[in-house]
Design a protein around this ligand. Structure first.
Ligand SMILES: [Zn+2]
Length: 193
């Protein structure tokens, strides 16, 4: 499993973070998604584009991109959905309707609220669905969702140490992206900033 997580972290460093940077400069949020196959090859990825449409979350953009290719319809149960942040209620539903069985995310809801100052995921779950502290069912009939960081903690010590170097860089990069978003958000017209 070490190789799997190492490649997941590379996906953030090489693809998701640079692509997000471009999108955030246009006033969009920090969120992004990707779909990979069993060999860890990237099938598609997408970044938040709420300045164009408030429904265009990173995950939704990724799914829309993915389903442009009709051949992809048959593969969702074998492919893995990756999300930079724990998917919101809209995106969890969209991923469910798309037929994915596995979801991996880097930052949990608590980080989205506290570190990134974007509280809507937790607020919507509480206000609309009466779900406290983001406690949706992470292992259900449709899929399992996993925290990448929690899963890495289950690896061997020397493997964890190697991955921690990359995790540190990812955290640092997102700190910068977050500042970029917060500085830019005054000018955007997104309903829930
Ligand atoms: Zn979402």
């Amino acid at each position: 499993m070490y190789k799997f997580y190492d490649q997941l972290l590379n996906l953030f460093l090489v693809k998701l973070i640079p692509q997000s940077k471009k999108s955030i400069k246009k006033g969009n949020k920090i969120f992004s998604g990707a779909i990979i196959n069993k060999k860890n090859q990237i099938i598609t990825l997408g970044t938040n584009n709420e300045t164009l449409n408030p429904l265009f979350h990173g995950e939704i953009v990724t799914l829309n991109q993915y389903f442009k290719n009709k051949y992809n319809y048959r593969n969702t149960k074998d492919y893995i959905f990756i999300s930079s942040h724990e998917p919101c209620s809209l995106c969890l539903s969209a991923i469910t309707w798309s037929g994915f069985k596995k979801i991996y995310y880097f930052f949990p809801y608590s980080d989205t609220k506290n570190k990134f100052k974007i509280p809507h995921d937790l607020k919507i779950l509480k206000e609309v669905f009466k779900i406290s502290d983001g406690n949706y069912n992470k292992s259900n009939k449709y899929w399992n969702s996993y925290s990448i960081l929690d899963e890495i903690k289950k690896l061997k010590n020397d493997e964890i140490i190697k991955l921690e170097k990359k995790i540190k860089i990812i955290n640092k990069e997102y700190k910068y992206l977050s500042k970029l978003y917060q500085d830019n958000k005054k000018i955007n017209i997104i309903p829930l900033k």
